[in-house]
Design a protein around this ligand. Structure first.
Ligand SMILES: Cc1ncc(COP(=O)(O)O)c(C=O)c1O
Length: 453
């Protein structure tokens, strides 16, 4: 039996009624990607309140790498419910927080002694990583990148690049944040071409240190190993080694923001492992908690210990249910081979989408690093004019036909895949069939078949 079952118009009557209540009770600010209200979920599917069933390619924005209601996670949380819930790790500590820190210390691709602390959200993890880097270096400035996304709090919104909807109207921003171009080769900010550019963007930091901010006042460079909200942009393999070299030269802390790219998404536990570079600090969140809110900062012990006792954390940070869920999620990744599964899904995706690229001019760039996959939609292959409205339409076509997706990109023209890695081949193919039909539908409406790939 197929997973996708569409029984009503979308949204169905019950979802429509809830939409009306949502509009009345909830402000416009919180995002609304689909007009579908969930009733239950399992693995890689979601059923809505009207009895329609969808394949889920969004995973609650990349939080469900181990799947909806992963059995080990559910069992661990159930057991925890019978013991204790909130205590506050800072008041009466408990073992699961320590066990999880030990696990992440062992997994992090950093040599030497490491330590980990927990908070509740990706933004909080980034905030804390910057605080730690500042305490360690005793310097104020942070360098971040164009098209980066690091959260919606004051500092992380400042570090985030995209203006609408994340920054417009929310000024003033946090001080001492400096932004430079990322290695977004398909749309190079310097109009150069890889590899003849010789990593101009990364090396140009030396110029930034002459013209914009003195390196001796820079605490940290924060970068996503693969841009998440910025459109699943994968930098060339030399990008991070150049950043590492520059950080070493000037005593700057290198923070890898793995909130979206980490925890098996790219076929490795951390995406930075693809680049052969050791960051100093790593932020995690999203899929870390296996569906429960949890985030962490892992890094060199010497740096992590720079902050004063009581200077880090929060009331709910490292909640007991979230800690046992995270331990179960990591066990699921390890025991069920989800790193290999992530890589296999990426290959399955690429084989299909490369075919679409040959057939339809609207499919511009195709980007795949393990299960972190996306394609960029363009109106024209030559000009690369972003097909933002068409991308939005593709998202709508998808959910109307039984597939939950989320788009990405500063230009709003990237379709990204954050499917739970426990998806079966059949479910994945069902989802890809919907996307293919959607791309075909949009292409036929909007533009002629391209003559070349
Ligand atoms: C790379 C990255 N950093 C930080 C965040 C912020 O995480 P949260 O939404 O949990 O605050 C996100 C969220 O999408 C992210 O992708």
């Amino acid at each position: 039996m197929k997973t996708i079952q569409i029984r009503t118009e979308i949204p169905g009557p019950k979802s429509k009624a809830l939409l009306t209540r949502r509009e009345e009770a909830i402000p416009r600010g919180p995002q609304l990607v689909t007009p579908i209200f969930a009733a239950k979920s399992e693995g890689a599917w979601i059923e809505d309140v009207d009895g329609n069933r969808y394949v889920d390619f969004a995973g609650g924005i990349g939080c469900l790498n181990v799947g909806h209601r992963a059995p080990r996670v559910v069992n661990a949380v159930r057991e925890q419910l019978d013991n204790f819930l909130h205590l506050c790790f800072g008041v009466t500590p408990y073992e699961s927080y320590i066990a999880l820190a030990e696990k992440l210390n062992a997994l992090a691709p950093i040599r030497g002694p490491k330590k980990t602390m927990f908070v509740n959200s990706g933004a909080e993890a980034v905030e804390n990583a910057v605080k730690i880097a500042r305490a360690y270096t005793k310097r104020p400035a942070v360098i971040c990148f164009e098209d980066a996304f690091h959260g919606r709090t004051l500092l992380t919104m400042t570090l985030t690049s995209k203006i609408v909807p994340y920054k417009a109207g929310f000024a003033p921003f946090a001080p001492e944040v400096y932004r430079v171009p990322y290695a977004y080769c398909y749309r190079c900010s310097y109009s150069k071409t890889y590899p003849s550019c010789e990593l101009y963007c990364a090396k140009h930091l030396e110029d930034t240190f002459r013209r914009v901010v003195e390196p001796g006042s820079v605490a940290a460079i924060i970068a996503e190993p693969v841009l998440g909200e910025g459109g699943f942009v994968i930098p060339p393999k030399e990008f991070f080694p150049v950043l590492r070299e520059i950080c070493d030269k000037y005593g700057i802390v290198l923070i890898a923001d793995e909130v979206q790219s980490g925890i098996a998404r790219t076929g490795k536990m951390f995406a930075i492992e693809h680049f052969g570079v050791e960051p100093d600090l790593i932020t995690t969140a999203k899929s870390l908690g296996g569906g429960l809110p949890l985030a962490g900062v892992t890094g060199r012990a010497e740096i992590m210990d720079a902050a004063n006792p009581g200077g880090l954390g929060s009331t709910f940070a490292g909640n007991p249910a979230s800690c046992v869920a995270a331990l179960a999620a990591i066990e699921t990744i390890e025991v069920d081979g989800l790193l290999a599964r992530s890589t296999a899904l990426g290959k399955r995706f690429e084989a299909r989408v490369r075919g679409w690229q040959k057939k339809w001019g609207i499919v511009g760039d195709v980007r795949v690093l393990g299960g972190m996959c996306a394609f960029e939609l363009v109106k024209d292959r030559e000009t690369r004019e972003p097909a933002s409205a068409e991308t939005k339409e593709l998202g709508r076509y998808a959910y109307e036909h039984g597939l939950i997706t989320i788009t990405a990109g500063t230009l709003g023209n990237v379709m990204r895949i954050l499917v739970p890695l426990v998806v079966t081949d059949e479910q994945f193919d069902e989802g890809m069939d919907v996307l293919e039909a959607g791309v075909s539908h949009i292409s036929e409406k909007k533009q002629p078949v391209a003559s070349h790939a």
